[in-house]
Design a protein around this ligand. Structure first.
Ligand SMILES: [Zn+2]
Ligand SMILES: [Zn+2]
Length: 334
């Protein structure tokens, strides 16, 4: 079979590999869609400390179970299910978390094995009728977005700002609307990317400069109830704190570069305005199941966000499209 295997930073090869066989407690899948995201471009360029090459990449996975033909979506982050955090229901912060495409071969392949550890935490979801494999592959990033908005308590009547107009930002806009947000504003420093995303998800305003001033103006000086930073930008995080309303919630959804994670925070802003700052680290198996439900109910439509469908042999092209920010969602169809 054909796979796309990471060998070293900048060295991702489409090559032949023996078709894998499922061991006890494992599941073999014929991958139908594996979508790409910013993390894949990061791994391609810089590698990852959890990846020991060679490793088949790809973690936004949907396919058919070999033998039964059942249509399934697979989680990316695998909690251990037994540590103190997992037992308390905090699976997104399991310290023993492993990931598909990192610790285990992922979905940029014709066939893939679902590890027993994934089965043990209910990490395989049946795809509802009417949901395509490509749409189902977007359940994983949507699950992460859902976790972020639950932690930031996005709800009825909120004015929400999403900073970063990539695929994750687009999902944040749609989910905020589904959760009853009053208005959603989308911010990006790249006007072309912002225009592309805004045409798709129709925010109440699209802001490409002076976001703090613009948001304050749009909210009559009050600020936004929730600000979500879906960009690896310390500047965006600092701006988010300054545009939050009293008792606002700020989600540092996107992480910062490892070598540059320190930001300036006016602590008195947090104190007097009673701000809440929350992080977000991936998603739990339950988030994946619920994300798939949101897609099936069309509460969060994703079909139109899939702008590019490429074969496995075009995986480098896919990563290039994602890096350039000229696509919204790029999916691989092995
Ligand atoms: Zn991803
Ligand atoms: Zn755990």
């Amino acid at each position: 079979m054909k796979v796309a295997r990471f060998h070293a930073p900048g060295d991702l090869r489409v090559e032949e590999a023996p078709e894998p066989t499922a061991g006890p407690g494992e599941l073999k899948i014929r991958v139908r869609n594996c979508s790409t995201c910013g993390t894949d471009t990061k791994i391609f360029h810089h590698g990852h400390h959890h990846i020991r090459p060679p490793r088949v990449m790809g973690h936004e996975i949907a396919g058919e179970v070999v033998g039964t033909g059942e249509r399934v979506q697979v989680i990316a982050a695998i909690p251990c299910g037994s540590c103190e955090e997992c037992r308390r229901g905090r699976m997104t912060v399991c310290p023993n978390q492993e990931s598909m495409g990192y610790h285990y071969d992922g979905g940029f392949a014709e066939y893939m094995i679902v590890p027993a550890k994934v089965m043990a935490v209910d990490g395989v979801n049946r795809i509802p009728d009417g949901v395509s494999f490509a749409e189902a592959s977007v359940a994983e990033p949507l699950a992460c977005v859902l976790n972020g908005q639950e932690l930031a308590r996005v709800g009825e009547g909120d004015d929400v700002v999403v900073m970063g107009a990539g695929p994750i930002g687009c999902l944040h806009v749609r989910l905020a609307r589904a959760r009853g947000a009053a208005r959603v504003f989308l911010v990006d420093v790249n006007p072309a990317r912002l225009a592309l995303a805004a045409a798709m998800v129709q925010p109440d305003a699209a802001i490409d400069a002076d976001p703090v001033e613009q948001v304050l103006k749009l909210t009559g000086g009050r600020g936004a109830d929730v600000v979500i930073t879906a960009a690896a930008s310390g500047t965006a995080q600092e701006q988010a704190l300054r545009m939050a309303a009293r008792q606002g919630r700020v989600s540092f959804f996107g992480g910062l570069p490892k070598d540059d994670p320190i930001i300036a925070c006016d602590s008195n802003l947090v104190h007097y305005r009673e701000l809440t700052i929350v992080g977000a680290n991936g998603s739990s198996p339950a988030h994946n199941a619920r994300a798939l439900g949101l897609i099936a109910e069309e509460a969060v439509p994703v079909a139109d966000l899939i702008t590019h469908r490429l074969g496995l042999s075009q995986v480098l092209e896919a990563i290039d499209l994602v890096s350039k920010g000229v696509a919204i969602k790029v999916t691989i169809e092995p």
